[in-house]
Each structure stands twice: as structure tokens, then as C-alpha cells.
Design a protein around this ligand. Sequence first.
Ligand SMILES: Nc1ncnc2c1ncn2[C@@H]1O[C@H](COP(=O)(O)OP(=O)(O)OP(=O)(O)O)[C@@H](O)[C@H]1O
Ligand SMILES: [Mg+2]
Length: 409
Amino acid sequence: MGRHFLLSVSHSSRAAFHLRWRIALVLLVTAFCHQQYLFLVSRQSLAAKYSPTTFDAGHNELQPKFSRPDDDDSDFQDEIIANREAWRILSHGWEGKVFAYKDSVIKTFTPGQSPFRNCAPGIENEKWPTEIAASLRLGGHDNNISNAGLSENSNANKNMNGFLPVRAYFKAAATPSLVPEWHLVTPLLKGGNLNTLAKKTLLETKLKTAKDVDAHFRPAFERLLGNMQHLHEARYCHDDIKPANIFVAEDTRWLLGDLGNLRHTSHPYHSSRIWINNDQLRDCRANDAMRLLKSYLQFVKAAASDKERFDDDFFTGKEPISRLFWKASTDARTISAAQIQKLSMKEYPEQPAMLQENNESTQIRGTFRRLTLHKAVNKSLETRMGEKLARWWGMVGIFGVPNKEVCGF
Ligand SMILES: Nc1ncnc2c1ncn2[C@@H]1O[C@H](COP(=O)(O)OP(=O)(O)OP(=O)(O)O)[C@@H](O)[C@H]1O
Ligand SMILES: [Mg+2]
């Protein structure tokens, strides 16, 4: 009897043991399949992101120059290289560094950080930063190198309004022992970007309320929308619109800067997993336009001293600026920069605020509710975009970024 009991216990525990192993195995296989799926999808979307931007073939500006071109630019280029010690760092980004030297800005591109997407035309096995090709295509060449900053006609041979012209571009090494890096030289804009302009406006000017700030800067925003419309009509998207990439020539003259992410409208990145997971709109033109509107609202909020009031008004659509945002948001998926421009003219900043019956927002008091509202507004205006997860699942640390294209002539 006792022996029978022992046998039956060991049999049932053996069965439980087998069952546990089977479950563990099934879980392991499922996890492996899921990991493989994420690996493939992530690498696919990274491959899409890092695939080249197509520029009009044969565009005569797009001719790369190595080290020392024997043309008119060489003196200027020599001066830039010879005075490396005098370069003042402006920013240290993921792709490289940005320096100021006299009235020029020099952007360097560190090899290996972010793979170059485009083949340098005319050179075998050489890629160059898409930003150089894009700047040449959109900003043209700056023939007025001696001018201080960006003058009205400094990019006289430009292809499009509102983009920085190129002063020089070349590949050179900081010292003979270092790897040569691509350099892009553009005119220095004294106003920096929209973030620096917001700080300056907040501290230095008499514009105090968000409404004042909006009234002063709205024309600059509308002109920028016009420039963006031209970019989209040429079938390109900027793909990285945010306040730090809107450069300020003068307080009310703004440019679309940092063209490193410029892509043609039908580029595969716009339907990739990274794009969708970052809540970007399928139509990259609508996406650019809405991001520009969000950047402008971020700027107005940052530059205004009545930020709490801005937050209060934001969700109620009481002021013209918030009405503009919510009206544009209704058609966000298909809206164009030109349509936002038209809406902006209707919802001009000088209009009186709308009176709201039962205005709940005025009842929002207390630190916690205020903080919640502040966070909710910032979330609605977010322009962040990342690829960290795709890099993690795509094992970029081990396999690198998928970027197979071989460059020929
Ligand atoms: N021509 C310019 N004139 C004035 N400031 C400039 C100019 N070019 C760049 N900057 C400043 O340097 C900053 C970084 O430049 P940019 O966005 O081109 O580089 P980045 O390395 O791509 O930066 P990030 O990776 O942060 O986007 C800009 O936000 C701007 O403040
Ligand atoms: Mg930038």
C-alpha cells in the first residue's frame, strides 16, 4: 500500500516536471520567434531610414570635391582649414560637430556614427552626407563669401527660397594621422535657432504674453510655411522639423536648417516601422507641416512669460493660436503647409479671445493639476523622434546599421 502511494506521487511529480519543461520550451521558442521577428522588422526599417535620397540626376551643383579643388573656392577653403584652432564650437551632435568661424559655420561629419546615405556622384566607392547634396540642391552656392552673415541676395543662384546656401564643402583630416571627414560650410546666422530666439525673447524683449509673441512672430512663421510648401512641391520632405532645426537669420526671418534627413516624398522610410512607431503621419508633407506648427507653438510658449495662461487656453481653443492648432489637427493626416498658411491668416493673432461659457480651464488651480496640464500640452506639441528601440532589436551594436548600397560611377 505504502509502496503504491510512493510510486503514484513520483509519477505525478514526474508528469508535472515534464509539463513545466514543455511550457518552458514553448515559451523559449515563442520568445525566439518574436525576437527574430523584431530583429528583421527593425533591420528593415533601419535599412529604409538609411537608404539614399534621390536628387535630380545631373544637377550640376552636385559635384563633390575632394581635398583641394583648383578653383575659386580653394583660397576660402585653405583659410578655413588653416584656422582650425580658431573654430568655436556651437554644437556637438550625433553625426558630428558644428563650429563657427568668423561669419561662417563649419559642420563636420564623423565617419561611422551615422552612415552616409548618398553616393558622392562621380566617385567610386565614396558616400557623402546627404546634407551636402541637399544643401546644394536647395540652397545653391553662396558666391558672396565676404559678406557678413546671410544677406538678402547672398544665395543669388539658389534654387529655392529659405534655405542656407553652401559656401564650401570638402573632405579633409584635422591632422595627417586622422581619418578625413566631410565638411560643409554655410553662412553663420547670428540668431541661432528657435530655442535660442525663445530664450532671448523671454529675457530681453517687451513682448510678454503669448498673444504678443504670436502677433510679432506670426508673419515669420507664415513665410516659413510658404518655403516649406515649395520644398514639398519639389517632392522633398525635411523629415526633422523641430525648433532646433529652424534657424534664425533675423528675428523675423527664419530658415529650414539641418537638411541631413531630407528625403524624397516616396522614400521607404515614410512607411517604415520606426516612422509609424514614432506616430509620424503617413504623408511626410503633412507630417512636416504639422511638426512646423507644433514647433511654432513650442516656440511661442517658451518665449512667453504667461506660460500657465498659454496652457489654460490651449485645450479650450480660446485664443487664435490654439484655434489654429486644433483646426489644423482636424485634417492633420492630409494637410499641406499652404493650407496651414491659409488657416493662420484666418486665425490671425490680433483677434480677441473667444468668450467661453462655463470655462473650466480657469478653474484649474493647484500645483498638481497645473503640472498635469503643462505635461499634456507639451505632449500634444512633441516633435521628438527616436530609433533607439529599432537599434536595440536590430542589434546595431553587433551587426551595424544595414547600409549595403555600393557606390559606382
Ligand atoms: N548656419 C548656422 N548659423 C547659425 N547657427 C547654426 C548654423 N548651423 C547650425 N547652427 C547651430 O548649430 C545647431 C546644430 O546644427 P545642426 O542641427 O545642423 O546639427 P546637428 O548635428 O544635425 O544637430 P542635431 O543632431 O542636434 O539635430 C543648430 O541648432 C544651430 O543652433
Ligand atoms: Mg539639428
